[in-house]
Design a protein around this ligand. Structure first.
Ligand SMILES: *Cc1c(COP(=O)(O)O)cnc(C)c1O
Length: 363
């Protein structure tokens, strides 16, 4: 196979090692005469596999048993609804930092649950920047403060978290940068990430939640299938879970662990991002970065061609040269390269060369 340089935003690139291992183990799982996909979710094999995935994930995040990891369906978008339903109310609303269109979506869903206020917004910048931490204003009875650590569509990323009082838990949508850099995950009361960016193929969402918040969710007057305490009590096996997707996440987490450490991954991701930002910044104005320089993401690089008429030709030539997924999100336009953990450094170097060559041919 001639592997393409895959810069898709999600579903996104997976390591070839993970795909190969998945192929080898797909037909028969552990000498059991059947595949994992055919086994009961109540079987000891599946229970053990889910437990191992949970331990791997908490271990990589550096979190102890004050936290629980749950595996839920419905993507990060379902969490936009579950979080306010479980944890907020009209009297104690969720507070939202609006830093991009996914953050705004989370906020609008919480509004529908009647339980949200905006704590800060950078919408007036066209989401090019992230609100300053000093501008965050919490409501008096805030149930939590919700932040999106990496704004996938716009290409901005949080470097620091605000200091909030201990009784206002931080909630992080870390879908597009979980496990991509050293990070103090214990600053959060709840972290969620759908799998298809840094954790595997689509189909499951990891929810890492502190036990006091599980207890709080037990009071929510909502159906069991939406409640965090239901998933915690049943070890994520309350109903039939996406067994295959959880198993793929397990393979991806093992791969992540085998890369060394969060420092190794963080440094590699920084080098990858630098290759591309350097090519953009050194183009003499041929390309222009979209995100504010101080908020640039290491996961999603967004930029445009100053002469927008060349964009279609850029994309067509990129496609022909083996580069996949470079069109920007329709709401932003321009170009975007998503360089999650599984995207090799060589792909970023190849794209940086292509960027320079395109300037030579068209500049
Ligand atoms: C991709 C993404 C989402 C949406 O995830 P779904 O699994 O499609 O619901 C939400 N938030 C962020 C930060 C994302 O990157």
């Amino acid at each position: 196979m001639n592997r393409r340089h895959n810069f898709n935003p999600g579903p996104a690139a997976l390591p070839l090692e993970v795909l190969t291992q998945a192929r080898e183990e797909a037909v028969e799982y552990g000498n059991r005469g059947m595949s994992l996909m055919e086994m009961s979710h109540r079987s000891p094999e599946v229970e053990r596999m889910v437990e191992e995935t949970r331990e791997l994930l908490l271990g990589l995040l550096g979190l102890d048993d004050r936290y629980e990891a749950l595996f839920m369906a419905g993507g990060a978008s379902a969490q936009f609804g579950f979080i306010p339903m479980n944890l907020a109310s009209a009297e104690a609303p969720g507070n939202y930092v609006l830093s991009g269109s996914f953050a705004e979506k989370a906020y609008l869903e919480a509004m529908r649950a009647g339980a949200a206020v905006a704590a800060a917004s950078s919408k007036q910048t066209g989401w090019r920047a992230i609100p300053k931490l000093a501008d965050i204003q919490l409501a008096e009875h805030a149930a939590y403060l919700h932040m999106t650590t990496n704004n996938t569509i716009e290409g901005t990323q949080l470097r620091e978290l605000p200091d909030v009082s201990a009784n206002v838990p931080l909630i992080g949508d870390m879908t597009s940068d979980i496990l991509s850099r050293p990070f103090d995950y214990a600053r959060f009361g709840l972290i969620y990430a759908s799998a298809q960016k840094n954790l595997g193929p689509a189909g499951v969402t990891a929810v890492i939640i502190r036990r006091d918040l599980i207890e709080r969710s037990a009071k929510a007057d909502i159906p069991h299938i939406f409640r965090y305490d239901t998933f915690a009590q049943h070890d994520s096996l309350y109903n039939t879970p996406p067994v295959h997707a959880i198993w793929m996440m397990k393979l991806m987490l093992e791969w992540t662990r085998n890369q060394g450490s969060s420092e190794v991954l963080g440094e590699r991701n920084a080098r990858k991002a630098c290759l591309l930002y350097d090519a953009i910044d050194a183009s003499g104005g041929f390309y222009e970065g979209i995100a504010a320089a101080e908020n640039r993401s290491m996961m999603n690089i967004t930029w445009k061609l100053t002469d927008e008429r060349l964009e279609a030709s850029f994309l067509a030539q990129a496609e022909k040269n083996g580069f996949e997924g470079l069109a920007g999100h329709r709401s932003v336009g321009g170009l975007r390269a998503s360089i999650y953990n599984a995207v090799p450094e060589e792909s970023c170097a190849a794209l940086a060369s292509f960027l320079r060559e395109f300037v030579r041919n068209h500049g």
